[in-house]
Write a new protein. Structure first.
Ligand SMILES: [Zn+2]
Ligand SMILES: [Zn+2]
Length: 133
């Protein structure tokens, strides 16, 4: 076992972005050589916009655990927002979410990243237990 804090921070700079509308996937090749592939359903559930996530302490639409229709999980377009985020558009017309590259990298669903997050979560839980509520 090695110290999780010694792990270099993953880059959030994308080298290449490829949305495959037929397969319903979004692939991001990162500048450090790592590759992340999101399926559209996972991506839809991550939508960070105020409508989906809620704001000011109020729950968002996705917090109500809706049953998503095929249109709501079908990517129709992916736009680049400056240098920091992607804005997917969905077949139901939704396109308000700015998915920052930081967030997309942090939530990378590959096995290596999931394992690293588990380790971080374990460390975080210990910190939470020791800290103020
Ligand atoms: Zn949204
Ligand atoms: Zn990964």
């Amino acid at each position: 076992m090695h110290d999780a804090s010694a792990r270099p921070a993953p880059t959030d700079a994308p080298a290449r972005i490829h949305a495959d509308r037929d397969a319903g996937t979004l692939r991001i090749d990162w500048a450090d050589g790592h590759a992340t592939t999101y399926d559209a359903v996972t991506l839809r559930w991550m939508c960070p916009c105020a409508y989906c996530r809620g704001e000011a302490g109020l729950p968002g639409w996705l917090d109500t655990m809706p049953t998503l229709t095929p249109d709501q999980t079908r990517l129709t377009d992916v736009a680049l927002v400056g240098r920091y985020a992607l804005a997917p558009t969905w077949a139901d017309g939704h396109g308000l979410g700015f998915y920052t590259f930081r967030m997309l990298r942090d939530a990378c669903p590959c096995e290596a990243c999931a394992a690293a997050r588990d380790q971080d979560a374990a460390v975080g839980a210990r910190h939470d237990a020791a800290g103020p509520p």
